[in-house]
Design a binder for this molecule. Structure first.
Ligand SMILES: Cc1ncc(C[n+]2csc(CCOP(=O)(O)OP(=O)(O)O)c2C)c(N)n1
Length: 551
């Protein structure tokens, strides 16, 4: 027999939840005290709830199982919502434990009293306030089961303080996870028929299909049927690099995505949604599937995407077909004044084997896919839900999940400031994370969005809302103040040397890359970047795009 918190921790461990990213308060003190009764549970303190939730997201993407968070009532959960939103969009399992007032205290409407369930529902498919110490462990088992899915989801268990401190709880074993079913045979047969037809067809891979087994099955199909492979625009976890099949990511800019998809007659979705524009723009399309193109969904989110893809591969007789694999190739060492492009080039030049790349570089990362396509095999974690402030926390989580792998976080200066406290956790936990902050002193992307939404005649007051100059952010001092060794690079030579040193030295490092904004200057200067960022773009398509964007 144990108190609620002790039994809860044991039940979490029984279900394979071994890490808790915490930011506790008084209502969570019994949970905190119980941590010493559960030595196998790694408790990682974060200094802001958005770090805890983003770290839980990054952890689960790499560990393939959920971590838990420990958050302080509705306000703590609220601070963590943006990164829980990213996890939800990426179908990433997370188990939130949110402390609450004791059940008999709520009627007094004390200062921190709030409607936690309402806050939780926005991001969680499963929400419950545990009603008694006796029922708590059953609730924990259900929460973890719901989080694991498939699909992975956010589950939020609200833990009243008296349920936590009450005696008489008993830990429970995990409930078995059911094997997800394959897609229906009729669906597989129908899509096999589409692949055998002569129509112009592409396969759009997302979610779990972007890991090696899914990529290999898709590449066999592609080689057999001559279809093109695309990856969703912001993948949860994308395994890529030399020796793996290549899939071209759908572009963020709808104008470019439309060019990629132009002329398609069939689009086969594997663990992915049909592409839509990130935002609506006056006079532009939201739904990016071209007219006349039929969309075929291989699997539902609850079905086994990879198994279904492998079955499809067999159905078209491609199981023995050789997939086309990416050749090893790296760009040379960049030279001269530092630019975002040269940072990406240096990353391609130096990326260590088996790295985890967290990409929240925004505009500065436009050239990253091209320069790293033939780098040693690596994983890319992207901003699945578009809520910025995810990169540094996700790097924390990925490094906790994979202590033997190098983690590289590429983050815009604006994005980094949402959750800059992540650096402190990296230092405290001695995580092998190299954080590169692109200091272009602006919310660069919003400058181009200002034009895209048609608000071109913006005045100085409007433009100042997108400008981070004055006071200039000093990321070296910020990092050093949180215990992370840091350096600033103005030239490609300085940056490359710093990156080399950082990868070679264990523990966290930060490099502030001082770069001009990719989108500063005229629209026409932007175009080459946009066009070259589309890997393997066929020349006629590139010409068509050029005409369209800059007639
Ligand atoms: C939670 C949240 N708040 C605000 C935004 C709007 N937003 C999108 S990009 C961006 C600026 C990104 O700036 P930075 O990271 O410096 O990259 P850059 O655009 O300069 O490449 C902002 C504020 C968002 N997407 N999510």
């Amino acid at each position: 027999m144990a108190n609620g918190a002790q039994a809860m921790l044991r039940t979490l461990l029984n279900a394979g939840v071994e890490v808790c990213f915490t930011n506790p308060g008084t209502s969570e003190m019994h949970f905190v005290a119980a941590l010493d009764t559960a030595p196998e549970m790694r408790a990682v303190l974060t200094l802001f709830e958005g770090v805890a939730t983003g770290a839980a997201d990054g952890y689960a993407r790499m560990a393939g199982k959920p971590a838990s968070t420990l958050l302080h009532l509705g306000c703590g959960l609220g601070n963590g919502l943006a990164n829980l939103h990213n996890a939800r969009k990426g179908k990433v399992p997370v188990v939130n434990i949110v402390g609450d007032h004791a059940t008999y205290h709520t009627k007094y409407d004390a200062q921190l009293q709030s409607d936690i369930e309402t806050a939780a529902r926005n991001v969680s498919s499963w929400v419950r306030t545990s009603q008694s110490t006796q029922a708590l462990c059953k609730d924990v088992v259900e929460a973890v089961t719901a989080a694991k899915g498939p699909p992975g989801q956010v589950a939020t268990l609200i833990l009243p303080a008296d349920v936590s401190w009450g005696e008489g709880a008993e830990a429970l074993p995990a409930s078995p996870i059911a094997q997800p079913p394959l897609a229906d045979d009729v669906v597989i047969e129908r899509i096999a028929g589409v692949l055998k037809s002569r129509g112009k067809t592409a396969i759009l891979l997302g979610g779990r299909a972007l890991r090696e087994p899914g990529l290999l099955a898709a590449a066999r199909i592609a080689a057999q049927c001559g279809v093109k492979l695309y990856a969703e625009v912001f993948p949860t976890r994308f395994e890529r690099g030399a020796g793996l099949p290549h899939a071209e990511r759908i572009a963020y800019l709808a104008e470019m995505a439309s060019v990629q998809l132009a002329g398609l007659e069939n689009l086969i979705l594997v663990d992915a949604k049909a592409p839509v524009s990130f935002f609506a723009y006056p006079g532009k399309k939201s739904y990016l599937v071209p007219e006349g193109c039929t969309v075929h969904e291989l699997n539902s989110p609850a079905q086994d995407a990879v198994g279904s893809l492998q079955r499809l591969c067999q159905a078209i007789g491609a199981a023995q077909t050789a997939p086309v694999l990416q050749e090893a190739q790296r760009p040379g060492r960049p030279r001269g004044k530092l630019t975002a492009e040269k940072v990406c080039k240096a990353v391609g030049h130096l990326l260590p084997d088996n790295a985890i790349v967290v990409d929240e570089a925004q505009t500065s990362g436009t050239m990253l896919p091209m320069f790293t396509a033939g780098a040693p095999r690596h994983d890319v974690l992207a901003l699945t839900g578009g809520a910025i402030g995810q990169g540094l926390p996700a790097a924390v989580g990925a490094a906790v999940a994979c202590p033997d792998r190098p983690v590289l976080a590429l983050v815009g200066d604006g994005s980094s400031m949402y959750t800059i406290q992540s650096l402190w956790t990296m230092a405290r936990e001695k995580l092998n994370v190299v954080s590169v902050i692109f200091n272009n002193r602006s919310y660069g992307i919003l400058n181009i969005e200002l034009e895209r939404v048609g608000a071109e005649r913006a005045g100085p007051k409007a433009k100042s809302q997108l400008d981070l100059n004055g006071p200039g952010l000093d990321f070296v001092q910020l990092a050093q103040g949180m215990g992370v060794p840091a350096t600033r690079a103005h030239t490609a030579e300085e940056f490359t040397a710093a990156l080399e040193r950082a990868f070679a030295t264990p523990g966290p490092h930060l490099i502030e890359a001082v770069v001009p904004s990719v989108f500063s200057g005229l629209k026409l200067r932007v175009l080459p970047y946009l066009l070259r960022s589309l890997e393997n773009l066929p020349q006629p398509v590139a010409r068509a795009l050029k005409r369209k964007v800059a007639p």
